[in-house]
Design a protein around this ligand. Structure first.
Ligand code: GLY
Length: 414
């Protein structure tokens, strides 16, 4: 079997490594470039990842299955497009991907199917949104409706800040069309938990839980990132939360069926736990990054078989090891702001076999691995307990070096 994975980050590298364990898999192509590609994993180096270059590649290479990583492609309907060529594709159709690509659509879904979420209202113009501020205390959360590359959720500490955000969105159109509508939402305080789920014919099969570290600096300070560390299972998860989550999952399944969304793919439920109660903060319609880097190494079942079960609308038989995985992501100094790339990464060959290294943003130039992104490498360890995993991760990070290297030292410190 030949597989094309669209995307080229740590998530896609982890998916590729997992798939490569299946003997039926001959080749796995990463659509653009990942410096970690080796063995069965091959860089297709498709120029700019456009639909035209993907189409040409599909025509020239007998690809049996396409797996889509990033949300942008899903929201634009890449699954519908690939299926129309008679090729199997894993991910939701454009209509179902709206659960991620439109926050207003997701909130309407949550309201209709009584899925617990924060109090919220939707607005499509400045004046109404300004008046709407009186419904909330501070901080208040303002979310652009569409996909904004992780920058569209703003937490405003006071009225002045909220007014500035509303002006930026509606008058200055900082998010373009993606900000033509907003969701204004009550700020909930507590801890977050990521629950990725396979969805097969609208039926949901959850992975184990994970906890993402979103802030760039230790002690959860500084700006938000795409995620710079992750643990699975989430250490704060409980049997009671599991019960609440199962009830929510049944409601989501009911909603998916009622709305005829015919969801196949991954549904990532972003939970927030406030005073022991579970709320859905958001849905993503794809694998999480870095959640995937800690979930897949714990998966005993075969990822390819699970993906094919979902595509065929069959029950997805997942099996997780009873262990702990954690990752710390090495970043380029300056990320999530400006940073430089192109530095040679040394020491990768010295990493112990019990640590895994997924490449988030690297490129291989004449057998030298160079930095090529803000998030550079995910160093992962799986162990019987979190402290052992933590030690393996940090011992091995010390063996890696490049100019402008930075990472949080407190991932997994509970
Ligand atoms: N780690 C959060 C995300 O993938 O969106």
């Amino acid at each position: 079997m030949k597989i094309l994975i669209i995307g080229n980050g740590g998530r896609e590298h982890a998916i590729a490594e997992s798939l490569s364990k299946n003997r039926k898999v001959e080749q796995i192509y990463i659509s653009t470039h990942n410096g970690g590609a080796t063995g069965k994993i091959i860089n297709a180096n498709l120029a700019n990842n456009s639909v035209e270059t993907i189409d040409r590649f599909l025509a020239e290479t007998n690809i049996d299955l396409v797996i889509v990583g990033p949300e942008q492609f899903l929201s634009e309907g890449i699954i519908d497009h690939i299926e129309s060529k008679g090729i199997r594709a894993f991910g939701p159709h454009k209509s179902a991907a709206r659960l991620e690509s439109s926050k207003a659509f997701a909130k309407d879904f949550m309201n209709k199917y009584e899925i617990p979420t924060a109090k919220h209202y939707q607005y499509d113009n400045y004046d109404d949104a300004l008046a709407g501020l009186s419904e909330f205390g501070y901080p208040v959360v303002i979310k652009a409706d569409g996909l904004c590359g992780g920058k569209g959720v703003l937490i405003c500490q006071d009225k002045d800040e909220a007014i500035k955000v509303l002006k930026d969105i509606f008058h200055n159109q900082v998010f373009g069309d993606q900000g033509s509508e907003i969701v204004m939402e009550q700020f909930l305080s507590g801890f977050e938990a990521s629950l990725l789920c396979f969805v097969s014919g609208n039926k949901i099969y959850p992975f184990d839980t994970a906890m993402d570290y979103k802030k760039i600096y230790e002690d959860d300070l500084g700006p938000n990132t795409g995620g710079v560390g992750c643990i699975s299972p989430n250490p704060f998860w409980s049997a009671d939360l599991d019960q609440q989550s199962n009830q929510i999952i049944r409601k989501i399944e009911h909603g998916l069926a009622e709305e005829n969304l015919d969801f196949t793919g991954i549904l990532f439920i972003g939970y927030l736990v406030e005073n022991g109660k579970l709320y859905v903060l958001e849905f993503n319609a794809r694998f999480g990054d870095p959640e995937t880097e800690v979930l897949l190494p714990r998966l005993n079942s075969d990822l390819l078989e699970n993906i094919l079960q979902a595509i065929d609308g069959k029950p997805v038989v997942l099996d997780f090891a009873n262990n702990v995985a954690m990752t710390t992501i090495i970043v380029s100094e300056g990320y999530p702001g400006e940073y430089k790339t192109g530095f040679e990464i040394k020491g990768l060959k010295d990493v112990d076999p019990q640590a895994l290294v997924y490449h988030n943003g690297t490129k291989n130039v004449e057998n030298k691995i160079l930095t090529n992104g803000g998030r550079v490498l995910s160093v992962v360890a799986v162990a019987e307990d979190l402290e052992s995993a933590r030690q393996t991760v940090y011992q091995n990070i010390k063996k890696i070096n490049f100019e402008n290297m930075s990472y949080r030292k407190d991932i997994g410190k509970i």
